[in-house]
Design a protein around this ligand. Structure first.
Ligand SMILES: NC(=O)c1ccc[n+]([C@@H]2O[C@H](COP(=O)([O-])OP(=O)(O)OC[C@H]3O[C@@H](n4cnc5c(N)ncnc54)[C@H](O)[C@@H]3O)[C@@H](O)[C@H]2O)c1
Length: 363
């Protein structure tokens, strides 16, 4: 590809994060002018929001309120789909038909059959696609994967994982989430597990291997089914470990992931939120080791050959964009792929089925 020319569909919360990340990558020349990367168009049905973005980014040439107009534009070869979830499938198929590369936010859509449509459309169009399962690009999870593989022998068998993921209800229109669509089943489909903990399921499998069995309880305390706000799921991993995943939406202003890994000879405690990211390692016969995010970020940038640049303030959102652009430049498959996301969606579906039928689901 000679030039990457980008359009973004949906530019409020997450679309704006991608916009800021891409703008930084372009203005700070992360790719050292190996290729021209340009932000060409923004699209949103909210006209006022679009006006705001126009003022912030006067150099972007096109602004659309109808995504179909953006897809007709020959000056765009790469599209970010960052609308409410129920629109992803339709916009994805139209974008693939227009032959443009796609970064699509998670969750992809509500059924595995519709994900298979997206996979077929990608293959027919011969385009490159990446899914926004961003935790794979958070340096802390990259680091856990790395040290897990290096220390497997001395740490012994991974016995148990306790994974807690709690988030302030993201649909009240206040706090960090300005919109309300996540409480509308027509736009969001489901609740905390589908919308938020799909990330957790993806990194669990990315780091530790496939999930073989699922048993779960799914509840609706806010009484807006099928938007669940409490899930307690048990997974059996292919490496023999048992995982307990608790996914929660509540009214408390707290948003964090806490992960505890229990090996035969080691215990890892991981804290991950917008404000705190750290790992503590307790190993048999050794002193406790604390690793903070600055150190991990430095190691990550060295490994990704980004060490000459300042630390990326958007962390995962910045790094996932760098990875996507790199795949486009090098004309190679991007990760996480649609297939990776499909695997996580299958586990989410299994959790709903297990709870509904009160039975163990095996893959
Ligand atoms: N990867 C992550 O960490 C992460 C974080 C937040 C959101 N997301 C995902 O990103 C997507 C968007 O979420 P958000 O929080 O940014 O929502 P949002 O409400 O903040 O933004 C969505 C935007 O899409 C616009 N929109 C709606 N219909 C449209 C259409 N037909 N054409 C063009 N624009 C349209 C809305 O007006 C709005 O501005 C969701 O799928 C969500 O799950 C992912």
């Amino acid at each position: 590809m000679d030039e990457i020319k980008i359009g973004i569909i949906g530019v409020r919360l997450q679309g704006n994060d991608h916009l800021r990340a891409l703008h930084t990558i372009i203005t700070e020349k992360y790719f050292e002018e190996k290729i021209s990367i340009r932000l060409m168009a923004l699209c949103d049905i909210d006209d006022n929001l679009l006006k705001e973005r126009k003022e912030e980014y006067p150099d972007i040439p096109y602004f659309f309120t109808d995504y179909r107009e953006l897809l007709k534009c020959d000056d765009i070869n790469t599209v970010y789909i960052v609308t409410p979830t129920a629109l992803h499938h339709k916009i994805f198929l139209a974008t693939a038909k227009a032959g443009k590369h796609i970064f699509c936010e998670k969750p992809l859509t509500d059924t595995i059959e519709k994900i298979d449509d997206m996979i077929r459309a990608r293959d027919e169009a011969g385009i490159i696609c990446q899914v926004g399962l961003v935790l794979r690009y958070e340096p802390i999870f990259w680091y856990i994967k790395k040290i897990y593989n290096t220390n497997k022998n001395s740490w012994g068998a991974l016995q148990n994982i306790i994974f807690r993921d709690d988030q302030t209800k993201p649909y009240t229109g206040t706090g960090t989430h300005p919109s309300k669509w996540r409480s509308d089943p027509n736009l969001a489909y489901y609740g905390c597990l589908f919308e938020h903990s799909i990330h957790d399921i993806d990194i669990l499998m990315w780091i530790f291997g496939d999930i073989k069995e699922v048993f779960s309880k799914v509840k609706f305390f806010a009484k807006i089914p099928p938007i669940e706000d409490s899930v307690c799921a048990t997974f059996e991993l292919s490496n023999g470990a048992t995982v307990s995943l608790n996914s929660i939406w509540y009214n408390v202003e707290h948003d964090a992931r806490n992960i505890e890994l229990f090996f035969e000879n080691a215990f890892l405690q991981i804290s991950f939120s917008n404000f705190k990211r750290k790992i503590e390692i307790f190993e048999k016969g050794k002193k406790k080791l604390k690793i903070n995010e600055t150190k991990i970020d430095k190691l990550y940038r060295e490994e990704m050959k980004l060490s000459s640049h300042e630390r990326f303030w958007l962390m995962g959102y910045g790094y996932e964009n760098i990875a996507f652009l790199r795949s486009l430049i090098e004309d190679k498959n991007a990760t996480p792929s649609l297939e990776d996301a499909k695997k996580a969606h299958m586990v989410v579906d299994a959790c709903y089925k297990s709870s509904k039928e009160q039975k163990l689901i095996k893959f």
